[in-house]
Design a protein around this ligand. Structure first.
Ligand code: CLF
Ligand code: SF4
Length: 422
């Protein structure tokens, strides 16, 4: 099979690609991108990833981005676009997986389209959910998609992925790797044949997939990929591969030179964070933290009178600005989505003493979870994967949010009422 993509890519998309800082080396110091971190969940476990941090398929390890709702993401885009004129690309790259949070990803793109018709949308995914959403990606008009493909061989993939969670079932070992690879390859072909420029990221892990990568590159080229981006493994603290050596740039460049014979190679990737903003080499995300801006009050339509009890993590009771595991107390609110009152403040023992230990102390975490077990939801700036699962098992929704407590409470009730929470 030959590469089906070039003739299918319209001139308009090729023009947009010239202004995409990742897809076009010439554009990387002229045009800016914004990553909107609306996708907190993931459906696989890569051995080089610690889920307390951003997805390592598109970020440096150890970075934690704020998480936004689609409405806040739109606000942030409008704000940043006003300040950075050369902003051409909106990317959704985590902090989990864009397709594992498809409703949020899709809603974000739709909302931004209402305000701007020129911007180029870009998604980064592990590709597991391509069979479910590839057609929706096309329908949404997204023409730039990145998928991370580390192995074709299930035996090699089994060393890279701990598990894959698909349609309610957990897969492990070579079965997990085979399923993931099958969905990735089918998605690449499907998208490329419909004019999408597919970028394939590959994490080079010495001794595991390094010799296999040329085969991966040939295969994805055959399926229509536009470019490949071979990235170094940077061991994430707390991940299964934390003791592995970082892949040297010499090894990366040697492999890129080999693979360049098959397909163009990206050589200017910065492994940027899930909320990165600006030129690739000049991250301005700290200037645009949503917690720091003044926001108008959100009023949600009155849906029903049911009273909800919500536990909030907040340093001073104004902003949702504290990590679940860092909270020394919860402020318990009760209300119907419009009016809330503080019922009480509940002291808890912090189980997380900093990002390194966070989510690790099982007994303290259980104590924390017990202390909110009468609540409908926890509203927090950030929550660890295990804590979220344990809350979910008790029927308590966890909402990650970064705005005022008032807006967060309204948002949470809206989500509870409409049952859109994961
Ligand atoms: Fe973001 Fe990725 Fe789109 Fe770029 S990043 S989703 S393609 S807009 Fe770019 Fe950053 Fe490297 Fe990604 S430098 S990590 S390749
Ligand atoms: Fe982590 Fe990304 Fe892998 Fe998910 S896909 S486990 S977020 S590196």
């Amino acid at each position: 099979m030959t590469n089906p993509s070039p003739n299918l890519i319209s001139d308009q998309i090729l023009e947009k690609t010239k202004k995409h800082p990742c897809y076009s080396a010439d554009a990387h110091n002229k045009y800016a991108r914004i990553h909107l971190p609306v996708a907190p969940n993931c459906n696989i476990q890569c051995n080089y990833c610690n889920r307390k941090f951003d997805c390592v398929n598109e970020s440096r390890p150890g970075v934690t981005s704020e998480v936004l709702t689609p409405d806040l993401a739109k606000e942030k885009f409008v704000w940043v676009k006003r300040e950075i004129d050369q902003l051409t690309v909106v990317g959704i790259a985590g902090p989990g997986d864009a397709l594992a949070n498809w409703e949020y990803t899709k809603a974000t793109i739709e909302k931004i389209k209402e305000t701007n018709t020129d911007v180029t949308f870009c998604l980064s995914t592990n590709g597991l959910m391509f069979p479910e959403y590839a057609s929706e990606i096309i329908a949404l008009g997204v023409h730039h998609v990145t998928v991370t493909v580390n192995a074709l061989d299930p035996e090699i993939g089994a060393k890279i992925y701990k598990f894959v969670s698909y349609k309610g079932k957990i897969y492990e070992g070579s079965a997990a790797a085979e399923l993931l690879s099958r969905n990735q390859l089918a998605g690449i072909e499907y998208l490329a044949q419909r004019g999408v420029l597919v970028k394939v990221n590959i994490v080079m892990i010495k001794g595991i997939n390094d010799h296999h990568i040329p085969e991966v590159v040939k295969k994805v080229k055959e399926l229509g990929a536009f470019i490949t981006n071979i990235m170094p493994l940077i061991p994430a603290p707390g991940s299964a591969f934390e003791e592995f050596p970082q892949t040297s740039m010499k090894d990366i460049n040697d492999l890129r030179n080999t693979c360049q014979l098959d397909i163009q190679q990206m050589r200017h990737c910065k492994q940027c964070r899930a909320d990165a903003i600006g030129l690739l080499g000049e991250d301005r995300s700290q200037e645009f933290r949503m917690c720091n801006r003044q926001t108008p009050k959100i009023r949600t339509p009155k849906v029903e009178e049911k009273q909800y009890k919500i536990a909030v993590t907040s340093k001073y009771g104004k902003l949702v600005d504290q990590h679940f595991g860092h909270a020394a107390e919860f402020i318990i609110y009760q209300g119907d989505g419009h009016d809330f009152q503080v019922l009480e403040k509940r002291a808890v023992e912090q189980y997380c003493q900093g990002m390194e230990e966070c989510d690790n102390d099982e007994s303290k975490r259980e104590g924390t979870i017990l202390s909110v077990q009468d609540c409908d939801a926890v509203l927090t700036m950030r929550i660890g994967y295990h804590a979220k699962l344990q809350l979910g098992a008790k029927g308590i929704y966890s909402v990650e949010y970064c705005d005022t407590v008032e807006n967060g409470l309204s948002y949470t009730v809206n989500q509870l009422t409409n049952k859109v929470l994961l």
